[in-house]
Design a binder for this molecule. Structure first.
Ligand SMILES: [Zn+2]
Length: 426
């Protein structure tokens, strides 16, 4: 018999952005939400197992639109490649599992492990978030998805999330190879990312013609292009070429923001990561030079003076995109155990969205409904509605009062597809 559960007495945030419903009930049958509403309108059948969660808040499980479950332990690009592939594959199971234990119930993964994790999780062989895999992403030689100091042969076989392709012909071939490997999206590093001085973040890395070919090939497989763009020109060309989402996108010009809003192109801003990256760069750091989007000759050179400028530019870019009506999602960009702890990093990004100017409700919508649309799984999950997957978290306190309440210790229960991953209520 299918299990039926009713969670009652809760404040309901359904992910659609409307005011929360007090004294709500959610009914779950098997893996699906079968009823939702105010307790006065819901009749509980005798065979329903009632969970009294009075005083708590229920919201959809969190969706992380940008993560690398590559299994990498360390921060250095050489080590991403050199670390044993089998160890990384095994480790990726732990990374996925940890994300789920922080309430992240769906992710878009850019790594060689994604298609396999997806299968093992769908077969309920291991616990992890629902995975929308992109397999490896395209990088120019020497770009952000290549690895300096390691032979091209090793990068080809063992880079956990990058694959090198130069020129339209090779780009076409590699895009087809990515699709062959079970990808549900094509990831490209359309700009640099500041790993070292030869690939600054504000340098465009693929031409408009190359980006066009990726979109053309992605269209043949009916999958979207997601483009890492840290400079205005890369973002503009990616959007014009037909990208579905801009990753990072911390320097968008007015024209690009307008196009994004018109064409329904999403932004996954990764604010927490961009701040970390700034701190990890420059003197005593291990990545490139401190990067402030938009640059400028009059910028101070010391990090102390640059920090508030970075904050101001990230915030105004995000607010401009929001004001124009661009769909904004949550992306943690977790890529290794050492410096971007899985799960925790996603919750930190949720807080960052608020710190940089969104309301708590807007950040929650970004992390739920918008995420499901960006991942193209909004028919399955992302909001608490009848017929959708029972992917939800139960919080001790209402996150609309303080977004910090969305924390691991504040999550009394986590449910994915009707199955409790954690339940401290009863
Ligand atoms: Zn990334």
């Amino acid at each position: 018999m299918t299990q039926r559960i009713a969670i009652k007495g809760v404040t309901l945030i359904d992910g659609n952005g409307e005011d929360p419903l007090k004294r709500g009930v959610v009914i779950i049958e098997g893996s699906t939400i079968q009823g939702i509403g105010h307790e006065s309108e819901i009749n509980l059948a005798d065979d329903v197992q009632v969970i009294d969660a009075s005083g708590t808040t229920v919201m959809p499980g969190i969706i992380d639109a940008h993560v690398h479950l590559g299994g990498a332990s360390y921060k250095e690009e050489e080590n991403w490649v050199i670390e044993n592939d089998t160890y990384q594959a095994i480790s990726s199971v732990g990374q996925a599992n940890k994300m789920l234990r922080y309430g992240i119930t769906s992710v878009r993964d850019i790594s060689v492990n994604g298609p396999h994790l997806r299968k093992a999780i769908m077969e309920r062989f291991i616990d992890g978030p629902r995975i929308v895999p992109t397999w490896r992403g395209l990088s120019r030689r020497g770009g952000h998805g290549d690895a300096g100091g390691v032979s091209p042969e090793m990068v080809r076989t063992s880079h956990p999330w990058g694959i090198v392709a130069d020129g339209v012909d090779e780009v076409r071939k590699i895009t087809r190879e990515i699709i062959k490997n079970g990808s549900h999206g094509i990831k490209v590093w359309a700009s640099g990312g500041g790993l070292h001085e030869n690939e600054p973040s504000d340098a465009q890395h693929y031409s408009f013609e190359e980006l066009k070919v990726m979109v053309e090939e992605a269209n043949y497989a009916r999958i979207p292009l997601l483009a890492h763009c840290e400079c205005a020109s890369a973002a503009r060309d990616a959007v014009m070429a037909g990208a579905w989402s801009i990753e990072h996108g911390e320097e968008l010009d007015e024209e690009t923001i307008h196009m994004m809003a018109q064409k329904g192109v999403s932004l996954v801003p990764t604010l927490f990561l961009l701040n970390q990256w700034f701190e990890w760069s420059g003197d005593g750091g291990f990545y490139g030079t401190p990067f402030v989007p938009g640059g400028g000759d009059d910028l101070p050179s010391d990090k102390e003076s640059l920090r508030p400028i970075l904050w101001e530019r990230l915030s105004s870019n995000l607010m401009a995109a929001k004001a124009a009506g661009v769909r904004i999602g949550l992306g943690s960009d977790s890529f290794c155990n050492e410096i971007t702890p899985y799960g925790e990093q996603s919750l930190n990004e949720l807080k960052a969205l608020v710190e940089y100017g969104m309301s708590s409700m807007e950040a929650i919508v970004a992390a739920t409904k918008n995420g499901s649309e960006i991942l193209k799984i909004d028919d399955i999950t992302g909001t608490l509605e009848i017929g959708k997957s029972a992917d939800l978290i139960i919080l001790q306190n209402n996150p609309l009062d303080d977004i910090n309440f969305v924390s691991e210790s504040g999550m009394l229960a986590i449910m994915k597809e009707g199955k409790f991953i954690k339940n401290l209520i009863n």
